[in-house]
Design a binder for this molecule. Structure first.
Ligand SMILES: [Zn+2]
Length: 215
């Protein structure tokens, strides 16, 4: 089977996304790239019921190369992201807190330093109908220089070097959105300043050292 390992991974992470409640029903789609080929989840199949041979393979130009089912309707968005970034995998979900933020805000400000792992402030891509080239273009713009974007009144999308990286970015994006929404219910969240974020970056390059005790 063409891209057998990539198709197996799509099922593994598709099952995990469904079990984690990041998608409901047939929502959400994942893809992984290998050279000029992309294995993607199929249209109309709930992620918790995915089987490897049900996952189509397309080329980066959008031609179907292998598989009996139609590629996800968001495949044009995945291909636009691959064309604009060096990503090895893309994950798109309709997670609850991500969608709450995407429905009410124009960006997710960095209120926790872990936002730096996604590129800091997360942009909300302008609304367009699902599956359209307009949505693909809007997401591509919102992702510039980032590992995550939210899609207005729709959900979230993340990229990674591989499927594990893209999936973990989706989990982090959802966590950051949940923290923001819950914080907002208590009071006005404090947004970290550029200086505070720069200090975090410096700290990451200069971690504390622990000299071994001489006995
Ligand atoms: Zn969607």
């Amino acid at each position: 089977m063409l891209l057998a390992e990539q198709r197996r991974l799509l099922c593994e992470y598709g099952h995990r996304a469904a079990a984690a409640g990041l998608v409901v029903g047939t929502a959400g789609n994942l893809s992984v790239r290998a050279g000029d080929l992309v294995a993607v989840t199929p249209s109309g199949v709930p992620l918790d019921r995915l089987e490897p041979d049900a996952c189509p393979v397309v080329d980066v130009g959008g031609h179907l190369v292998d598989g009996d089912l139609s590629p996800s309707s968001e495949t044009p968005m995945h291909l636009a992201v691959y064309a604009a970034t060096g990503a090895g995998a893309v994950v798109h979900t309709h997670s609850v807190f991500g969608t709450v933020v995407a429905t009410t805000m124009s960006e997710l400000p960095p209120v926790h330093y872990n936002a730096l792992l996604l590129g800091g402030t997360v942009r909300v891509a302008g609304y367009a109908t699902y599956g359209t080239p307009e949505l693909a273009a809007s997401v591509r713009e919102a992702l510039a220089g980032k590992r995550a974007a939210l899609m207005a009144n729709h959900g979230g999308v993340t990229i990674g070097d591989d499927l594990d990286g893209a999936y973990e970015a989706t989990r982090l994006l959802e966590w950051l959105c949940e923290v923001y929404v819950r914080a907002k219910a208590v009071g006005e969240p404090r947004v970290l300043t550029e200086e505070q974020l720069a200090d975090v970056v410096r700290r990451a390059f200069d971690p504390p050292t622990f000299p071994r005790r001489e006995d």
